[in-house]
Design a protein around this ligand. Structure first.
Ligand code: 6PG
Length: 466
């Protein structure tokens, strides 16, 4: 019996995805570069092994799948994907489909889509979120590529995806690199959410002198309220854990230098290309970069003094600040998606992005459900102006202000929360200050400016300087 679908790459994510597919009743052929990995995978698949077809060459993999074939690649992003496509392509026919399920840079996906078109193979770039657990039991899936190709595999993908109520979190976002772009923005927001949680954690630890278990209680409490989300939930669990080696709080044993594989950075880079302001995400990437410069930070503390000081803030202040910061960050993220969608002509449905992130992925939260509603009402409106979120911001921006101010006065760096607040204040100032920039530009470069009164005078009286 031929398999419905194939999968290349039985690493952590690929193996979990393959088991998920088999569990949902689909026969799947698998291949891994190292054959012993394939054998071990099947040996450990238990009763699901009945629906797994192990293969030991790419030709055998292709032969094991019913045409028109669909093959998922779950190999490390970058060159490995191109090599795998090059090896598969000669074995595939024109109705066959390759699905790259890794964390590809969307520029690569756009190129691979164009190449696939020339070579007569269909190509889908698909963002998959939720880590190993998500891949195994229900990830959030953001697809991009030819609509017809997506529709062909959609029944399998929706069957393995996470569900929000009855709605599967597997959605076609547009042609070419649209799916991987949406995943990239997801990761940028993931970085920002994590950083803002980290900033309030720092205030609790260094500003309020709270120990890890007490901090865990706070996160658990927030997770029972409006901030309910996967990342707040796991932050509570991380804060509560104890190091088996020393018996100390696990958090107090972990080195304060954050790793990153680059997707958050891509979001910041693309936002700059698009001139789309995402300062909270940019700040989060910056903070990871600073965190890894340990020796410089130590020298900094030696040179400038004692580091963060106690603050007089309440846990409620911190909760309000996190609420406000989160709304500001997501408003920026959705605006960036909108800008990209228009620039690349993708037609990404913003409400569908919010919906696909409601379950399965790392940034899943209750708030995303309200965002989906607000974006459905009016996809073109900045989220901060949607009545639900405008009301929440009115309620909580005072707390954000208080927290950022107290942090600044007492030496706590809050890059993401402060960046959110600064953006918010710019966004609610009708008469801004860029008139000065325009004056300066005209003074030194005769760049000209528009006038408030609409009169056709386009240069200032700068004499010989203009
Ligand atoms: C997800 C995550 C995942 C990402 C890791 C690590 O949605 O499941 O975004 O795709 O690879 O979280 O990312 P960093 O190493 O860059 O932190």
């Amino acid at each position: 019996e031929l398999a419905e679908i194939g999968l290349v790459g039985l690493g952590t994510m690929g193996a979990a995805l393959a088991l998920n597919i088999a569990e949902k009743g689909h026969r799947i052929a698998v291949w891994n570069r190292t054959g012993t990995v394939t054998d071990a995978f099947v040996a450990e698949a238990g009763e699901l092994a009945a629906r797994v077809v192990p293969t030991h060459s790419l030709q055998a993999l292709v032969d094991a799948i019913a045409p028109p074939r669909a093959i998922i690649l779950m190999v490390p992003a970058g060159d490995a994907v191109d090599q795998q496509i090059a090896a598969l392509r000669p074995l595939l026919g024109k109705d066959d489909l390759i699905i790259d399920a890794g964390n590809a840079n969307f520029h690569d996906t756009e190129r691979r889509s164009a190449e696939a078109e020339v070579q007569g193979v269909s190509f889908i770039g698909m963002g998959v979120s939720g880590g190993e657990e998500g891949a195994r039991h229900g990830p959030s899936i953001m697809g991009g590529g030819p609509r017809a190709a997506w529709d062909r595999v959609a029944p399998i993908l929706t069957s393995i995806a996470a569900r929000h109520g009855e709605v599967p979190c597997a959605t076609w976002m547009g042609p070419g690199g649209a799916g991987h772009f949406v995943k990239t923005v997801h990761n940028g927001i993931e970085y920002a959410d994590m950083q803002m949680i980290t900033e309030v954690y720092g205030l609790m630890r260094d500003g309020l002198g709270m120990a890890a278990p007490a901090i865990a209680d706070v996160f658990d409490g927030w997770n029972a309220g409006a901030l309910r989300s996967y990342l707040v939930e796991i932050s509570g669990a991380v804060a509560r854990a104890v190091d088996p080696e020393t018996g100390a709080a696990m958090l107090d044993v972990i080195l304060d230098a954050a790793g990153q594989k680059g997707t958050g950075r891509w979001t910041a880079i693309e936002a700059q290309h698009l001139a789309a302001p995402v300062p909270v995400i940019e700040a989060a990437v910056m903070a990871r970069n600073v965190s890894s410069r340990l020796a410089e930070r130590q020298a900094g503390q030696a040179a400038f003094g004692a580091g963060p000081q106690p603050v007089s803030l309440t846990v409620e202040d911190l909760e309000g600040a996190l609420m406000a910061g989160k709304i500001l960050c997501y408003a920026q993220g959705f605006t960036m998606l909108d800008a990209a969608s228009k620039t690349f002509g993708w037609g990404v449905p913003l409400p569908e992005c919010a919906k696909v992130w409601r379950a399965g992925c790392i940034i899943r939260s209750d708030m995303l459900d309200h965002m989906a509603q607000a974006l459905t009402e009016d996809p073109g409106r900045n989220l901060i102006l949607a009545p639900t979120f405008a009301a929440l911001l009115k309620q909580h921006h005072g707390a954000l202000r208080k927290v950022v101010a107290a942090a600044a006065l007492n030496g706590h760096g809050l890059p993401a929360l402060s960046a959110g607040l600064a953006w918010f204040d710019l966004m609610r100032t009708a008469r801004g200050t860029a008139n000065m920039i325009q004056g300066q530009r005209d003074f030194f470069g005769a760049h000209g400016f528009d006038r408030l009164d609409g009169k056709p005078v386009h240069h200032g009286p700068w004499g010989g300087h203009a």
